[in-house]
Structure formats: C-alpha cells, structure tokens
Design a protein around this ligand. Structure first.
Ligand code: PA5
Length: 319
C-alpha cells in the first residue's frame, strides 16, 4: 500500500466496537508503547482527562513499569503495532510478573504470541501498515476499551470525511511554509499530544528535525531563546490550540502569537475544527499527517522508510 493510501485510510480506520470493560474497578491505568504506538496512548489519555476521568493514568514510554503498578487492580495496556518493540515487551513481562490486569493492542508479532500463550486479551489490528499510519486502528481499539460512545467516535470520523479536501490543502500549504526551516510546534495542555504527533510525523515521514514546547510552561524558558535572532531565523513556528483550553492559556496563546509577530516571524496558527474535543484532535492530527507527507515530497524523501529507527532496533537487539 502506498503512503498516500495509508494516509487516506485514516478516517475509515476509525471504527467503533462494543467493549464491556468496567474501568471503575481499576486504581490506575498505565499505557505502554513507543513511537507511533505510544502516541495512541498520549491521545487517549488527553481525551480521558478532558472527559473528567478520575482514575490516575500514566503513559509509560520505556522499559519495565512505574512502581505504582502492583496487582490486578492496576490496568496495563501494552500497545505495539508490530508487537516486537522491546520496551513494550519488557513492560508486558513486568505487568505479568506484578500480576496486573493486562490488555494488548497489536497486529501480532511477539506481543500477540505472548498474549495468546498467557491468556491475555490482544485487541488485534490489521497488518500491512507502518505503525504511525495505523493510528486510527489502534486508537479505535483503545478508545473503545476506555468506553467511548459509538456516536462520539462516528461523529469524529464523519467530521474528518467532510473536511477532507480542506485538510489536504491545508497540509500542502503548511508544508510549503515549513520547507527549509526547522519546525517548532507550540501547543497547549489540550493539544500537547497533537503537537507531539506532528513532531513525530515530521521526523519520520519528512525526515525533518522538529521540536515542541507547551504553554504555559514555555512562557518560563522557551521564549527567551527567541532573543537569539541568528538561530530564531532558522525556525518555522506553529501554534496549535483548542477552543476549550483554559482562558488564561488562551490569553497566553495570543501573547505568544503577538510576540512572535513583533519579532518578524509569521507563525502558523491552527485550532481544530469539530464539535467535540475528539473531532478537533482528529482534524489537527490529520492536517499534520498531510503536512509531513507533502514536506517529505518537497525534500525528495519517501515517507515510509525509517532506516535509522530500524538500524537502532537491529543494533540494540544484538546486545
Ligand atoms: O512509526 C514508527 O514506525 C515507529 O515510531 C514505531 O511505532 C516504534 O518504533 C515502535 O514500534 P511499534 O509501533 O511496532 O511498537
């Protein structure tokens, strides 16, 4: 499948299915996953927090597990598209050792096998994609596990479909602005996961260094770096916000834009389009995906291969 076909399939990957998991029995939820699978956890956690979930949630990107996970009242969700990522496999083994309740999301691989041999539920997603282009499949499984209503997921999907041409065009327009600069993506608490998705997509698809910072924290450090005009001029600034961000955060978004303009920068400012937080997140995610696709084209890169990641995986597996 071509990268364009994978990218285009995002809205159709969003599919609701019944899941009867009762989350109220858990004291914590820990999501484990790396890269294109780990971002699924970041997005789901943001969504859960926005809807008022009171269970402490941790996104764990690394080996082992946080200390708090101990026993069956702790839910651990291990997400790995390939099923072969060693950090996620390590988290899985540790979750079994600590007798946590475990659910996996993968297209198979070792994680799928281990889930099968240990009687653990593996919510299986289709093979044949690269992880970051299977976001919709993995996210649907996770959101359904976390109790999303059918209507909310389907509404977000239809919103994406209705905005489709506009999203693609926006992606192309922004790619043009980022070309030959290092993108820096500024976000708010409600769009932090989206900014990280943008950064990762720009890294992996467009083979471009990209960095993020989040309000309000960035008003206490990042902004001072702007005083260095020599380096500032190598950056392209994006500011991503959500209309439901805290009022003081929104005021800080406006100040950020004003300061950048005063310095002669022309930031790209983007708010998600949609009736729900989820719809707006999907909209922003998909704009970013297309930006990375078009930017890859401008630099003459193929979006799918990630040779440096593959090389590191090979090297670490020998040790
Ligand atoms: O997008 C990618 O290909 C990577 O970021 C992978 O997602 C990452 O290396 C982890 O692999 P997996 O998603 O198969 O666990």
């Amino acid at each position: 499948m071509s990268p364009e076909q994978m990218l285009k399939s995002f809205p159709d990957q969003l599919d609701w299915e019944k899941n009867d998991t009762d989350l109220s029995t858990y004291r914590t939820i820990t999501f484990c996953g790396m890269g294109g699978s780990g971002i699924v956890a970041d997005i789901a956690k943001s969504w859960m927090e926005h809807r008022g979930c009171k269970i402490p949630m941790i996104v764990h990107k690394g080996y082992g597990l946080p200390n708090v996970v101990d026993g069956e009242e702790h839910l651990v969700v291990c997400i790995s598209y390939s099923g072969n990522t060693e950090e996620t496999l390590s988290a899985f083994s540790e979750a079994l050792r600590r007798q946590a309740t475990v659910v996996c999301i993968s297209s198979g691989g070792k994680l799928g096998e281990l889930a099968g041999s240990n009687g653990v539920l593996n919510l299986e997603v289709p093979q044949g994609f690269v992880p970051r282009f299977a976001l919709g499949f993995m996210l649907s499984k996770l959101l359904c596990l976390l109790g999303i209503d059918r209507e909310e997921l389907e509404d977000a999907r239809e919103n994406l479909k209705s905005l489709y041409e506009n999203i693609k065009n926006k992606g192309e327009e922004i790619a043009q602005k980022l070309y030959s600069y290092i993108p820096v993506i500024y976000s708010t608490p409600l769009t932090e996961a989206i900014a990280y998705r943008w950064k990762s997509q720009l890294n992996e698809n467009a083979k471009t260094p990209a960095y993020t910072a989040t309000l309000p924290e960035m008003h206490h450090n990042e902004v001072v770096g702007w005083e260095n005009a020599e380096l500032r001029n190598k950056l392209a600034f994006l500011v991503i916000f959500d209309p439901k961000d805290n009022d003081r955060v929104r005021a800080r978004v406006d100040i950020t834009i004003k300061l950048l303009k005063d310095l002669g920068a022309v930031p790209v400012v983007l708010g998600g389009d949609g009736n729900s937080y989820l719809s707006r997140m999907f909209h922003l995610i998909h704009v970013g995906d297309w930006v990375s696709y078009y930017l890859a084209g401008k630099y003459g890169f193929q979006p799918l291969p990630t040779e440096t990641i593959d090389r590191i995986k090979r090297e670490i597996s020998k040790l």
